[in-house]
Design a protein around this ligand. Structure first.
Ligand SMILES: Nc1ncnc2c1ncn2[C@@H]1O[C@H](COP(=O)(O)OP(=O)(O)OP(=O)(O)O)[C@@H](O)[C@H]1O
Ligand SMILES: Nc1nc2c(ncn2[C@@H]2O[C@H](COP(=O)(O)O)[C@@H](O)[C@H]2O)c(=O)[nH]1
Length: 218
């Protein structure tokens, strides 16, 4: 059984596709597009956060919305694979679903900031595939946050003020995508996922399959 293609006759270890960007560059949109493709067989990691829920968001679907005390208690019990303070709120990736998904050979998508990415790469260096999404310009980044119209003007201003520091982290990522045309960026992301799935080291069942292939009588 394989994570990406259940029809393949050999096993593959699951990977974690990590998307990071400054706020508004498009990673949530791309993440959701990936999750909407059942044939990709991807599991979306649902983060916990202390941020207020946006009007378009559903608790336990887009985030586990939590009080700060509860978040800190869970964090101190070691229940997050990674966590960070971002834009004044706490965010964390619940550990258990990740361990279960990887053990079952499923691929996951993470939408986490650069601090979380560093922690995941340190803990799971062989499984993490890191992608940084750049906006075409700072003006377009601002326009996207304003068009999204989900955050108060002061929140948008704070996120724009943080954007330069976040963009400065681009060079620590394996892949960097310039998100101009959404369809093009999505196609590139799909190409990265497909190529990463083919990495020899991930295809743990490949050696016995090849051995069998070599002794097969024609
Ligand atoms: N290539 C694109 N061209 C135009 N608009 C886009 C593009 N990609 C995303 N958007 C729009 O930009 C807005 C911000 O996108 P999105 O919410 O995905 O950003 P984000 O990086 O996840 O931000 P945050 O970190 O705040 O969650 C959305 O309204 C989305 O529809
Ligand atoms: N380190 C983590 N960062 C996370 C996680 N979930 C989301 N994020 C990042 O927070 C900001 C803001 O997100 P928003 O939904 O409030 O706009 C963004 O950079 C996300 O990538 C997480 O679990 N860990």
């Amino acid at each position: 059984m394989s994570a990406g293609d259940p029809t393949l006759p050999f096993a593959r270890r699951g990977l974690i596709l990590i998307l990071s960007s400054p706020s508004g560059a498009g990673k949530t949109t791309l993440t959701r597009l990936l999750a909407q493709r059942p044939e990709l067989n991807l599991r979306l990691s649902i983060s916990a956060t202390t941020r207020l829920r946006r009007a378009s968001e559903v608790d336990k679907v887009h985030y586990f919305f939590m009080e700060r005390d509860d978040f800190v208690a869970q964090r101190d019990r070691g229940e997050f694979l990674e966590w960070a303070e971002v834009h004044g709120n706490l965010y964390g990736t619940p550990r258990r679903p990740v361990e279960q998904s990887l053990a079952a050979g499923h691929d996951m998508i993470f939408d986490v900031d650069w601090q979380g990415t560093l922690q995941v790469v340190e803990k799971l260096p062989d499984d993490a595939v890191t992608v940084f999404i750049l906006p075409p310009s700072m003006a377009e980044l601002k326009a996207r946050l304003e068009r999204r119209a989900e955050d108060a003007p002061a929140v948008i201003a704070g996120r724009l003020a943080a954007a330069r520091d976040e963009i400065a982290r681009w060079s620590t990522y394996q892949y960097v995508l310039l998100n101009r045309d959404l369809d093009e960026t999505f196609e590139t992301l799909l190409a990265i996922l497909r190529a990463e799935r083919q990495k020899r080291e991930r295809q743990v069942g490949l050696a016995p399959f090849v051995e069998q292939l070599l002794v097969e009588q024609i």
